[in-house]
Design a protein around this ligand. Structure first.
Ligand code: ATP
Ligand code: MG
Length: 442
């Protein structure tokens, strides 16, 4: 990155570290990516230094080139001034400028609107340094107008609140609330990308609450609307569905799919709610209904299929009862795989932690189940057909005709092994085979 700056400076161009990377350097964190703003036009850069560094014309028309270094790549963008915005997402025109202040003025938040180079030091026309120290997210300019220009900034506000643990200024929150109707101009991919970064942030709980109070969460996830403020009328719950979901999310480690599943795990509750004669709420079937709703949301938000399938399954199974029984747990792992069961345990643990204190025994139960899951994984016991000491060929050799019954028998043997892993050897399984009813034996 320094090398890129030097190459530009040695060719007589201004070069500044800008945006999130500078913000992160000042916070003493490692930046996710590096951005440099320069006075040089793209063609000038290619002509002047194209022979000394590999350059990709990433967004050349808009002034952005990627300099490929040995270890990192750096986005180098000619200083710009945005024209008018009419689609609430992108400026209609972008003009190159020689004014660094103009380039910084088009940026979203003051903490993202500073520049630095070793000759001029920190250039901070909007007070970003102070806001960084005070941990405040303040828009550059009038929030209402900035969100109107580009509604994605609304989501960036909450994403940064979560990821950095900073507090959005009141004016920015008010502006986000006022302009939330424009979020429909933001593409599904952008919405999901911001939501994904938000849920794994250090302050996801606060950010989600702020989104709810600004009506922003409902604007991007309309199906979550009925969960907001939904009183569960249950002694197991001392939180509304939205608050319970956020608390559960925050109890889980910052692993994307786990947190996404927890955000949506009870989304089916309002749809299936039934209140009995004693005024108690019942939510039979909410896991299955919620899983389907989540699958639809994730499809619409264009999440990768793998993520959607995993999250849907976690939600569908989040209510299953798992006894402290090694045979049942071995079967669960055998059927769903180690990774899925570990994730399911995390989901159940976080879900139970977010319930009322009377659920403490259930919580303790699942802590023990979690420990047993790990013990079983560590034991190396046979859990799947692939690990079973008898194979299909062994059955054929023993006179079982090849066909669907082979699979059934192997599964029966596997069940025996789940109950008693010591049985997983050829002798024991052959003698068990004799006991199994084999009408097809020739
Ligand atoms: P991250 O840590 O996610 O990379 P970042 O602040 O670097 O955060 P980028 O999306 O990499 O975010 O953008 C780099 C910089 O470009 C930002 O810091 C900000 O100055 C500016 N920027 C990005 N998107 C917008 C936007 N929608 N409106 C205004 N400025 C933006
Ligand atoms: Mg960045």
């Amino acid at each position: 990155m320094r090398e890129c700056m030097h190459l530009l400076e040695d060719s007589g161009h201004g070069a500044y570290l800008v945006g999130g990377c500078l913000r992160d350097c000042l916070r003493e964190k490692t930046p996710a990516d590096w951005d440099i703003a320069t006075t040089a036009l793209p063609d000038r850069m290619i002509a002047d230094i194209g022979e000394r560094v590999r350059i990709l014309p990433t967004g050349k028309k808009h002034g952005t080139l990627t300099f490929l270094g040995t270890e990192i790549s750096v986005e180098v963008t000619t200083m710009r001034k945005d024209g008018a915005y009419t689609d609430h997402r992108r400026p209609d025109t972008v003009d190159f400028t020689t004014s660094l202040t103009d380039d910084l003025a088009r940026r979203d938040f003051t903490v993202n609107a500073m520049a630095y180079n070793s000759r001029e030091g920190l250039i901070d026309p909007f007070g970003g340094r102070d806001d960084l120290s005070a941990r405040v997210l303040r828009c550059v300019g009038d929030p209402r107008l900035r969100f109107e220009e580009d509604a994605l900034r609304i989501l960036r506000l909450f994403r940064f609140a979560s990821a950095l643990g900073f507090t959005p200024e009141a004016k920015a929150l008010a502006g986000a609330k006022e302009r939330r109707d424009l979020l429909c101009a933001v593409s599904a991919e952008r919405v999901s990308s911001e939501l994904s970064k938000l849920i794994v942030g250090q302050d996801a709980l606060t950010a989600l609450r702020l989104m709810v109070s600004g009506g922003v969460l409902e604007a991007i996830l309309p199906a979550f609307g009925p969960a907001i403020g939904f009183d569960q009328k249950s002694s197991y719950h001392d939180r509304t569905v939205d608050e319970h979901s956020f608390a559960a999310l925050a109890f889980a480690p910052p692993v994307h799919d786990l947190r996404l599943a927890l955000l949506l795990h009870d989304i089916g509750k309002p749809a299936v709610a039934r209140v009995d004669e004693n005024g108690r709420g019942h939510y039979k079937g909410h896991a299955g209904v919620g899983a389907k709703m989540a699958a639809k949301i994730l499809r619409e938000l264009r999440y990768p299929r793998k993520t959607a399938v995993h999250v849907e399954k976690l939600i569908a199974l989040h209510q299953i009862k798992i006894p402290l029984d090694p045979a049942v747990i071995r079967q669960l792992i055998g059927d769903h795989g180690v990774g899925f069961v570990r994730d399911l345990m995390q989901v159940k643990r976080a879900d139970n932690r977010a319930k009322s204190p009377i659920c403490a025994p259930r919580r303790e139960h699942y802590e023990k189940v979690g420990e047993m899951v790990e013990e079983i994984i560590a034991s190396g016991d046979c859990l799947t057909l692939a690990e079973l000491a008898l194979k299909g060929d062994d059955l054929t050799a023993a006179g079982v005709p090849h066909g669907p019954r082979t699979g059934q028998i192997l599964r029966e043997l596997l069940k025996l092994v789940w109950s008693d892993p010591k049985q997983n050897n050829r002798d024991a399984l052959f003698s068990q085979l004799k006991k199994i009813d084999l009408p097809d034996r020739q």
